[in-house]
Design a binder for this molecule. Structure first.
Ligand code: GRF
Length: 203
């Protein structure tokens, strides 16, 4: 399975995906940011990459669609990609998923770790979901969670979560590559069985 990864910055999830490549190959890395650290990571691993100037969203997305077709991506993964994609782009891509650092539907958007602390949540975690036109709102595929220690600050929560994100994302992409995890019309299937709850994968 050929996977294209879209990033905007650090690219630590991208690096985890590159290192795992369990049943899939990262065939292309795309960024909206010329200075994204993840682009250097892609280059260091000899993975072809493209930076698209996003000043004109319509032009950028049409370039993105052409590129995804050219590289024949079977799956597109948004890993820290800070843009919302239009319906037209989403319709042109068969499978597109995102990783988000919260237990969705709680806390779409930014500053999720601080929100967990402000609300004195007992649990924090990450979600892999199908991408739709709304921010962090598509069909949930899988989540990982851990108990929050009341003494943890936002940075500590982020540090604990990011290593779990890496494991969750590589596991989920691996399961998709093996055809074990599937979805259709808002229904998720694991090993051909309907999932009534989001898959919990804890590390
Ligand atoms: C991760 O926390 C991811 O869940 C969110 O953006 C962050 C990207 O981190 N969407 P990195 O670029 O993969 O290091």
């Amino acid at each position: 399975m050929q996977v294209a990864v879209l990033i905007s910055g650090r690219g630590s999830n991208l690096e985890a995906l590159i290192n795992a490549q369990n049943g899939y190959q990262i065939s292309h890395v795309i960024s909206d940011n010329f200075n994204a650290k993840g682009i250097k990571t892609a280059k260091n691993h000899g993975i072809t990459n493209t930076v698209i100037n996003w000043n004109n969203r319509i032009e950028a997305e049409s370039m993105l669609c052409e590129l995804l077709q050219e590289v024949a991506a079977d799956l597109v993964v948004l890993a820290g990609f800070m843009r919302i994609l239009s319906t037209k782009t989403l319709q042109a891509v068969e499978r597109i998923i995102n990783i988000h650092p919260s237990l969705l539907p709680k806390y779409p958007g930014l500053n999720t770790h601080q929100k967990v602390i402000d609300n004195q949540d007992k649990w924090h975690g990450a979600t892999v979901h199908v991408v739709n036109e709304e921010l962090d709102a598509g069909l949930i595929l899988a989540q990982t969670r851990f108990a929050v220690d009341a003494n943890q600050n936002a940075n500590q929560l982020a540090a604990e979560l990011i290593t779990k994100e890496h494991k969750l994302l590589t596991t989920v992409v691996g399961l998709i590559a093996q055809d074990k995890l599937k979805w259709q019309h808002q229904v998720v299937y694991m090993n051909e069985k309907t999932c009534t709850e989001p898959l919990q994968i804890n590390f």
